[in-house]
Write a protein that binds this ligand. Structure first.
Ligand code: ZN
Length: 122
């Protein structure tokens, strides 16, 4: 992990927890290097809603995972845009999504989300 990536990771870590931040930092640096198994097999999948446009971009969400160790994240809360020219699966197309996500995919959730869930439960 580069120094820049490390600094980013530490910044994210306060918000999202360690495991999630490692993947988020890799994404922010456009790195393909998996923070867990150290292979360059990170893959990003966009989900887009073509009817929700923001300028000439469309609204989207993404998954990022490692094709070697099948670990990854779903994008953090917030507004994301599908980069121009990027292919995407239509938002809400659960069937296509199931086909593309690898079997055995382990989704890391941000700690803020886990905390929100446990707060609701109590
Ligand atoms: Zn990996």
């Amino acid at each position: 992990m580069s120094a820049d990536q490390d600094a980013l990771r530490q910044q994210f870590e306060k918000k999202y927890g360690r495991e999630y931040s490692e993947f988020l930092a890799a994404d922010a640096m456009a790195s393909k290097l998996c923070p867990r198994c150290r292979t360059e097999t990170l893959h990003k999948l966009w989900l887009g809603e073509p009817n929700t446009r923001m300028g000439d971009s469309i609204w989207g969400k993404w998954y990022l995972w490692c094709e070697a160790c099948l670990t990854g994240i779903y994008c953090p809360f917030g507004t994301h845009m599908v980069p121009k020219g990027e292919t995407y699966i239509r938002w809400g197309d659960e069937e296509s999504l199931r086909k593309v996500l690898p079997a055995g995919f382990r989704l890391i959730r941000p700690e803020t989300e886990l905390k929100a869930k446990s707060d609701n439960a109590t």
